[in-house]
Design a protein around this ligand. Structure first.
Ligand code: GTP
Ligand code: MG
Length: 344
């Protein structure tokens, strides 16, 4: 039985942090440089992305200007934060006002866990290209520690929330007592005034930039968590891999070229390039873009059906259309006969 699963995905973070940029690159085939022309998002930009036939992402790209953020936290609180499957929160690593960014983040997390306690959180520390390569890891680690601490704070507030705290015009106390303005007018619904002692937030953090493949790594993880029945697909991919004697198989979603599933043979595991999956997404996306430039087809049209690469005595690979919504990449050990029969 094919059941269509809808997932509400919130994309949040302060204005200019790069939310619409990443959405346009992943789902609308923009090049990184095209994003310089994007204007600030007004209120919420809703889009529906069909994924692998039975998954629809309802992507809420929430404009990050302060007035909008306040509105999400107050008037639109229940509307925005109910039934959320995933929150993707984007931090601009170059932002000058880190304390303020974190205060807003705490308010958003509190609202999220109140209304969608099962939601998963992905935090993207974005624009890492602006940080000197030498210090990137360090900067990222420090920010991760800070965000984790703030998340725990937000969760602790909700855990301990008592009926009297959620009185008229109250909402949650802002961090350091300074977040009051953000919460003004928020009226938590009655069932939220009871403490939730066992509340936990599942979160993952990524360092990202639109200028390299790191964006694909983060978004592939997000998607990986959302696709239903992925374990079935994974088992079948493994059977296929063994049957055709492959080193590795990657399954890409057709429009985004995100890796939704993969299988690697024991020999393939010795590949030292740990970032090869997101690199392939990036390369194939660029290839698709180049094809469209020379054939004059629209951005999202199908551009190629086949791609082969043979590296003499080392390996060979092909990429081809697989199902309506996927492309498959198969990496083979050397050998013409094996390659041809695998393709067949
Ligand atoms: P609002 O819609 O106002 O909430 O902003 P937003 O988060 O959607 O920001 P947007 O995507 O419009 O990006 C703002 C600017 O940041 C654009 O000029 C992008 O080109 C730039 N930008 C986005 N991602 C990156 C990145 O990874 N690195 C650098 N250097 N610039 C980026
Ligand atoms: Mg935007």
């Amino acid at each position: 039985l094919k059941k269509v699963k809808k997932q509400k995905v919130l994309l949040m973070g302060k204005s200019g942090s790069g939310k619409s940029s990443m959405r346009s690159i992943i789902f609308s085939n923009y090049l990184a440089r095209d994003t310089r022309r994007l204007g600030a998002t007004i209120d919420i930009d809703l889009s529906h992305v069909k994924f692998l036939g039975n998954l629809t992402l309802n992507l809420w790209d929430c404009g990050g200007q302060e007035a909008f953020m306040e509105n999400y936290l107050s008037q639109q609180r229940a509307h925005v934060f109910s039934n959320v499957g995933v929150l993707i929160y984007v931090f601009d690593i170059e932002s000058r006002d880190v304390d303020r960014d974190l205060a807003t983040y705490v308010n958003i997390i509190s609202a999220l866990v109140q209304y969608s306690r099962e939601a998963k959180v992905f935090v993207l520390i974005h624009k890492m290209d602006l940080i000197q390569p030498m210090t990137r890891e360090d900067v990222f680690d420090r920010r991760v520690a800070l965000v984790r601490r703030k998340t725990a704070e937000a969760v602790a507030i909700v855990r301990k929330q008592k009926p009297e705290v959620s009185g008229v015009g109250g909402g949650l106390p802002g961090p350091g007592g300074g977040g009051g303005a953000m919460m003004a007018g928020s009226l938590p619904s009655p069932e939220l005034s009871t403490p939730i002692p066992d509340l936990e937030v599942e979160m993952q953090l990524f360092a990202t930039s639109i200028w390299d493949q790191s964006l694909y790594k983060a978004w592939a993880s997000i998607i990986h968590d959302l696709v239903p029945n992925l374990s079935v697909i994974e088992t079948q991919l493994a059977s296929l891999g063994v049957a055709i004697d492959a080193d590795e198989i990657l399954l890409f979603e057709r429009t985004s070229f995100l890796v939704v599933s993969k299988w690697t043979s024991p020999e393939g595991e010795s590949n030292p390039y740990g970032d090869r999956f997101e690199r392939m997404s990036n390369i194939l996306k660029a290839w698709k873009h180049t094809c469209s430039k020379y054939t004059g087809t629209p951005r999202n049209a199908e551009q190629f059906s086949d791609f082969e690469y043979k590296m003499g005595a080392n390996f060979s690979m092909f990429v081809t259309k697989f199902t309506t919504n996927t492309y498959i990449l198969v990496c083979m050990p050397p050998g013409e006969a094996r390659f041809n029969s695998a393709k067949l």
